[in-house]
Design a protein around this ligand. Structure first.
Ligand code: RFL
Ligand code: PHB
Length: 401
């Protein structure tokens, strides 16, 4: 048998994405210690390009938690988005409709800030661990077994395990009575990161006969773009010239120009799905973020939901561990799921309104297409409808639904 090194912490956290890292930070501010275990290397998680939009409540929370110095200096505040269809642009003015906005700041920048805060606090993150096994979850002394980067087999004994290990992690599978509700969409997104100055100040969501396109950005020098493609599309089918050509077609509008530039990483395809796992708890194991739920990226909600989950979880764990009060942990799953289902609906609705669905139908889905255009026209012409989009996009206040 290999030697096993045993250590102890209060909360063992699996996964160093936004959920796991922020949970560790929020717990340490309450004097609760934790250890974060991560399968990948530090440089891998710091480079992984994903989400770009921070909701208003996310920014407020990061500020309250002392994590917003770089976000406030480098984040791009946006007061609206455009819906582009019928060859025209229709702005949804968040500032006017709901008095709040969003901030464009890459997920990997949030992750870098969170890792820096953990390192500054002397709180350990163990990168490149493997063979994670969760034990004793229905006792009050659970443990996490794993192989460390140096090959030693280790075990952490804790009071609570937080499963923040994303969609492909092990934690969700450790909930024996988990119920999964899900939906797959018949398309994916080809993601493009280009060294090209944005020519437009805000995000553009385009519904075009050829399919959906999204115009976004990361900084005054970097544009982030997405194209709806077949879910099994091979990125090799998409040459640089074909990508720019298709972006130009789908994003075409009077007065709009697209700056082209070299790609900063190889374009890749992400599948689109909705998924919710209930309950988000099994004994002393609590799930948070993508480990428990997935949304299609059209509503820009995935990372924001992960952050809302761990805010609730940190409060609940503080009540349990500092005051032996189990009310918070007993209701965590139910309370978290209220916001999760709101975001699931909003993301499904945005996805349904903006994408082309009829690739498999020779004659096209004329009924579905007409419904989309009707919904788009209503959304941009009725203040009530536009306010519904704005309120959900900037993020309902935590605890509001
Ligand atoms: P993460 O970020 O996936 O982190 C989970 C971490 O757990 C690690 N892990 C393990 N560690 C130890 N042992 C194991 N057995 C492990 N298994 C996995 C993983 O390596 C990883 O580091 O989940 P978290 O923290 O819940 O955060 C969720 C967000 O990352 C996610 O919701 C968003 O990125 C989704 N998403 C978007 N969300 C938005 O809010 N706006 C967007 O614009 C947006 N665009 C996107 C996205 C996700 C994408 N991909 C590839 C999934 C665009 C893309 C392409
Ligand atoms: C992004 O900038 O990566 C982004 C923005 C909005 C979305 C999805 C992705 O809805």
């Amino acid at each position: 048998m290999r030697t096993q090194v045993v250590s102890r912490t209060q909360v063992g956290i699996v996964g160093a994405g936004p959920a796991g890292l922020l949970l560790s930070h929020l717990l340490s501010r309450r004097g609760i210690d934790s250890v974060v275990l991560e399968a990948r290397s530090r440089s891998y998680v710091e480079q992984r390009v994903r989400a770009g939009v921070l909701e208003h409540p996310t920014v407020e929370l990061l500020r309250e938690a002392g994590l917003a110095a770089r976000l406030d200096a480098e984040g791009l505040p946006h007061g609206g988005i455009s819906l582009r269809f019928d060859g025209g642009d229709h702005r949804i003015d968040f500032a006017d409709l709901v008095g709040k906005g969003i901030t464009v700041y890459g997920q990997q920048e949030v992750v870098k800030d969170l890792i820096a805060a953990r390192v500054d606090a002397g709180e350990p993150i163990e990168f490149e661990v493997s063979d994670v096994v969760l034990d004793g979850l229905t006792t009050d002394a659970p443990s996490i077994g794993y192989t460390a980067a140096d090959g030693t087999r280790r075990r952490i004994e804790c009071d609570v395990v937080a499963g923040c290990d994303g969609f492909h992690g092990v934690s969700r599978r450790a909930v024996p009575d988990v119920r999964i509700a899900e939906r797959e969409y018949p398309f994916g997104w080809l993601g493009i990161l280009a060294k090209a100055a944005p020519t437009h100040d805000e995000l553009v969501y385009a519904n075009h006969d050829n399919g959906f396109a999204l115009y976004s950005m990361r900084s005054p020098e970097v544009t982030r773009l997405y194209l709806q493609v077949r879910p099994d599309a091979d990125p090799a089918e998409w040459s640089d010239a074909r990508i720019w050509d298709e972006l130009g077609t789908r994003l075409q509008a009077d007065g709009f120009t697209l700056n082209e530039g070299p790609f900063l990483e190889r374009p890749s395809v992400t599948g689109m799905r909705s998924m919710v796992a209930e309950p988000m708890r099994h004994g002393r194991l609590f799930l948070a973020g993508d480990a428990a739920h997935i949304v299609p990226p059209t509503g820009a909600k995935g990372m924001n939901l992960a952050i809302a989950d761990v805010r609730l979880l940190a409060d609940s764990l503080a009540d349990l561990l500092l005051h032996r009060d189990e009310t918070g942990v007993d209701t965590y799953s139910e309370r978290a799921l209220r916001r999760i289902w709101r975001a699931e609906h909003f993301s499904w609705w945005m996805t349904s309104m903006l994408h082309r669905f009829d690739d498999d139908h020779a004659n096209g889905d004329a009924f579905g297409r007409a419904l989309q255009l009707s919904q788009l026209r209503y959304t941009v012409s009725s203040r009530a409808a536009a306010t519904g989009l704005a309120e959900n996009y900037v993020g309902l206040p935590h605890g509001a639904v």
